[in-house]
Ligand binder design. Structure first.
Ligand SMILES: CC(C)(COP(=O)(O)OP(=O)(O)OC[C@H]1O[C@@H](n2cnc3c(N)ncnc32)[C@H](O)[C@@H]1OP(=O)(O)O)[C@@H](O)C(=O)NCCC(=O)NCCS
Length: 164
């Protein structure tokens, strides 16, 4: 249910982000207007690929229902990465995020040969915490003032899953 994001997805992704602008606002950094355009999405994809980020589309049939990214890949002694994801508000509650996290964890431990996957959720984002717990993640603890979300530095719970 996930596949790498392609340049030709830019228009569909821009439309999906625009449709979810209000839904995602409490969970995301402030997005500039060009983020919601095909050109902005194409430029973002180019930056991600140059930055060793692995962006995936989460599919609902033929359509893109969200994205899940693997980033902050660190080798040497850590052999870890971080994941971030979201699902179209109209398609929540169908197990799409749970399935996508499961697939991306397999990719991180398999194709990428990593040892550890990290994720962070806002303290009150119970749905995302549930998605991680269903995928075998352990809660590490509270990271105070961890990310600037919707303009404010917010506390997050950090989670990790270690390769079996
Ligand atoms: C969090 C998010 C990814 C979940 O996507 P989803 O496809 O609806 O998730 P799933 O259907 O796979 O699983 C959601 C689980 O959370 C549970 N859940 C949802 N809202 C809940 C709530 N308010 N309290 C407790 N559990 C809740 C669901 O019941 C389900 O668990 P279950 O299978 O045990 O019943 C989606 O809501 C989203 O994109 N939110 C905005 C962006 C975001 O938070 N991204 C993640 C950042 S860490």
């Amino acid at each position: 249910m996930i596949r790498p994001v392609r340049p030709e997805d830019a228009e569909e992704l821009a439309a999906l982000y625009a449709a979810n602008r209000d839904f995602l606002r409490p969970f995301e950094p402030v997005r500039p207007p060009e983020f919601f355009t095909a050109e902005g999405q194409l430029a973002r994809l180019e930056r991600q690929l140059a930055d060793d980020t692995h962006p995936f589309a989460i599919l609902d049939g033929e359509s893109i229902a969200g994205t899940i990214n693997v980033f902050h890949i660190v080798r040497e002694a850590l052999q870890g990465c971080t994941i971030g994801y979201w699902i179209d508000g109209r398609r929540n509650g169908r197990g799409l995020a749970t399935g996508a996290v499961g697939e991306v964890v397999s990719y991180a431990f398999g194709a990428l040969g990593l040892h550890r996957v990290e994720a962070a959720t806002l303290v009150d984002n119970v749905a995302s915490q549930r998605v991680l717990e269903k995928n075998g993640f352990d809660r590490i603890g509270l990271a105070r003032s961890f990310l600037r979300i919707a303009g404010d530095w917010r506390d997050f719970y950090l989670f990790q899953r270690i390769a079996d």
